[in-house]
Design a binder for this molecule. Structure first.
Ligand SMILES: O=C(CO)[C@@H](O)[C@H](O)[C@H](O)[C@H](O)COP(=O)(O)O
Length: 262
């Protein structure tokens, strides 16, 4: 057997060995698809990031959502953070490479958004910092990683950990996973479009302690029934908005799940 053939056989046998355990862990993608469809259909956004080969995968995913997977549908908001080259280089230059995603999460992330991080090792510091930033702004975190346990898997809300010791195989199954995720999003969209739109699009959580522009304060509005579950910690800078109140306060962990059909 020549070298080319042994590389071929070695690679394919590594891929084949990972498929059965991958099949089990990938079952979670159907639920992720429903949650992501709900997020996107209610004005939320997907933020995605990775380094190197995983950056290309993250960018592939956002392209499927902003464009389309297969059939025509409305475009959805999805940003690959590493592809923001001027922001990436400026933040890297001014704050260090560990901050390149975290600062963008603080800038773009809103409640009801999802951050999907891709990493073969699960140890990249800039991704771990991005999770910390997501906690601050109430964005839910998912990760595609290599084998668990790993640090990124530990800190995210959910993880798809590809059970292969080969980072190339991990990346290849991440590509399968992002395609599946988009398939599940497209499947779920007709269903979630029928649900009441309870989320406020693009709303940043802001601590609010003073009076509203109209003169009333938040507890008075809540007592008057201005919005079910109104939460003064979830008010935006323009006054009360009952749609943005989730009743979870500032826990930063999955607080964007209000009404989500998970
Ligand atoms: O594509 C590959 C290896 O397959 C490389 O470019 C790889 O993505 C880079 O070394 C990354 O920096 C690895 O980061 P991570 O996957 O461990 O988070």
């Amino acid at each position: 057997m020549n070298d080319a053939m042994s590389a071929l056989d070695g690679h394919l046998s590594g891929l084949a060995a990972a498929l059965v355990p991958y099949r089990r862990t990938a079952e979670r993608l159907a639920g992720w698809g429903t949650q992501l469809a709900w997020t996107l259909a209610t004005g939320g956004r997907l933020l995605a990031a990775g380094n190197g080969g995983s950056a290309a995968e993250a960018q592939h995913l956002t392209a499927e959502l902003v464009g389309k997977l297969r059939d025509d549908r409305e475009p959805y908001s999805a940003i690959a953070l590493h592809a923001e080259t001027s922001s990436l280089t400026a933040i890297g230059n001014d704050y260090g490479y560990d901050e390149v995603f975290a600062r963008q999460v603080r800038a773009h992330g809103r409640e009801n958004d999802i951050l999907l991080l891709m990493s073969t090792s699960g140890t990249s510091t800039n991704l771990l910092r991005a999770v910390e930033a997501a906690r601050e702004v109430g964005v839910r975190c998912w990760a595609f990683t290599g084998p668990a346990p790993n640090p990124l898997a530990e800190v995210c809300d959910d993880v798809l950990a590809v059970p292969s010791p080969d980072s190339q195989v991990v990346q290849e199954l991440h590509l399968v996973s992002l395609h599946l995720l988009c398939e599940y999003v497209d499947e779920a969209l007709p269903l979630v479009r029928q649900l009441p739109r309870t989320a406020a699009p693009r709303q940043r959580r802001v601590e609010f302690t003073g009076r509203l522009p109209g003169g009333a304060d938040a507890p008075a509005l809540a007592a008057a029934g201005s919005g079910p579950g109104i939460n003064r910690h979830a008010l935006n800078g323009h006054g009360a908005n009952g749609h943005g109140a989730n009743g979870h306060g500032g826990n930063g962990h999955g607080s964007s799940r209000r009404g989500c059909p998970s």
